[in-house]
Design a binder for this molecule. Structure first.
Ligand SMILES: NC(=O)c1ccc[n+]([C@@H]2O[C@H](COP(=O)([O-])OP(=O)(O)OC[C@H]3O[C@@H](n4cnc5c(N)ncnc54)[C@H](OP(=O)(O)O)[C@@H]3O)[C@@H](O)[C@H]2O)c1
Length: 330
């Protein structure tokens, strides 16, 4: 049995970590819930009963077996390595360590072996994770040469306060009150925003570049060609992605469907006659990523397909993947 800590337990990701640890019966006999002094004293129901939130303390975290971090990148940078110097193995959800060569970036369905022996492990970006679980099995069989992705990302990707902004500002809009924006660059109700994170010198945003950088690292394919357009939309939860791929080997939609039906972490939802395809409302709170709308590409013909994926980015894109990594270590 293991002692586990969650840092950032009150946030969008931390709350799901509590639930996922319980639902998957993670073998733990101790659970510590850490947050800032603002939340110390709050209580949450867990699989080990009601637990009170503690203000984060480095020494306490260092002495646990496994620490799941669901805090900002700055916090992770400051404390992650220090916690890992102790007894604990740290699994971090921020982008602080994802691009460091000696820190593994792990998706258990793809590269679980990389987690073995590591003291600090990075959890990939949520958009990348949802793409990767569906793209990798196709890549393994058909060698994906080029990938073009457009995303439709939920507000909760920006954390609990961003989701609250959608709710509050939608109410304001409908009541004819002034609509403001704090978490997003523009008002989000009845809008969409083709900017997530900061613009880079090449004109892409950091979120878009994360999809390229991280997919390459996870797949171990340094030169893989991937471009992404990341868009924030006014949904609460679950990111959707439209994906076009060019493959080296010829591929048919039936072959892709067959591979995805067997792929761990993927559920094929592809029945247009019954109006069934991946959607945020159906993917929300599901562990599997939905994949559907699989069709031959009109551009790449026999060497390409188009498909659509949708996954709960707080679960597979963060909390679930982190717990799955922890499961690889026990
Ligand atoms: N949301 C997503 O879909 C998603 C997906 C993948 C990865 N991530 C990443 O996961 C991390 C957490 O994201 P989130 O969306 O869950 O954020 P969030 O909802 O804003 O939650 C942030 C958490 O950090 C805690 N915190 C802040 N300052 C702290 C301090 N000084 N000491 C201890 N705890 C502190 C907060 O506790 P208080 O209640 O005390 O303020 C809260 O529990 C981020 O790095 C994010 O990029 C998020």
């Amino acid at each position: 049995m293991y002692s586990v800590g969650i840092i950032g337990c009150t946030g969008a990701v931390g709350q799901e970590m509590i639930r996922v640890l319980g639902e998957r019966n993670f073998p733990m006999n101790e659970l510590h819930l850490f947050a800032s002094s603002r939340s110390a004293g709050k209580k949450f129901e867990t699989s080990l009963g009601e637990i009170e939130v503690e203000e984060f303390e480095l020494e306490k975290a260092k002495n646990l077996d496994i620490v799941l971090m669901a805090v900002s990148g700055d916090f992770a940078k400051q404390y992650g390595p220090q916690i890992a110097e102790g007894k604990a193995i740290v699994i971090d959800n921020s982008s602080a360590f994802r691009y460091e060569e000696n820190i593994p970036l792990v998706v258990p369905e793809i590269n679980a072996n990389k987690a073995k022996g590591a003291k600090l492990i990075a959890n990939p970006n949520c958009t990348t994770l949802i793409l990767a679980v569906a793209l990798y099995p196709i890549h393994r069989e058909f060698n994906v040469k080029k990938t073009i992705v457009s995303t439709y990302q939920a507000t909760s990707g920006g954390g609990a306060p961003a989701m609250a902004e959608l709710e509050e500002q939608t109410k304001n809009y409908l009541e004819g009150k002034e609509v403001t924006n704090e978490k997003f660059a523009h008002p989000i109700p009845f809008n969409l925003i083709p900017q997530i994170d900061k613009f880079q010198e090449n004109g892409y945003t950091k979120e878009e570049m994360k999809v390229t950088w991280e997919t390459r690292k996870i797949f171990g394919e340094e030169d893989m060609l991937i471009s992404c357009t990341a868009v924030r939309i006014p949904t609460f939860r679950a990111h959707a992605e439209s994906v076009t791929i060019e493959t080296e080997k010829e591929i048919t939609p039936e072959q892709a469907r067959e591979i995805l039906a067997k792929a761990p972490g993927v559920k094929v939802v592809d029945n247009p006659d019954e109006l069934e395809y991946p959607m945020p409302l159906t993917a929300t709170k599901q562990f599997d990523v939905e994949a559907g709308r699989i069709r031959q590409s009109l551009v790449f013909d026999k060497n390409g397909i188009d498909f659509f994926v949708c996954g709960d980015q707080i679960l597979k894109g963060a909390a679930l993947n982190a717990v799955q990594i922890a499961e690889c270590l026990v």
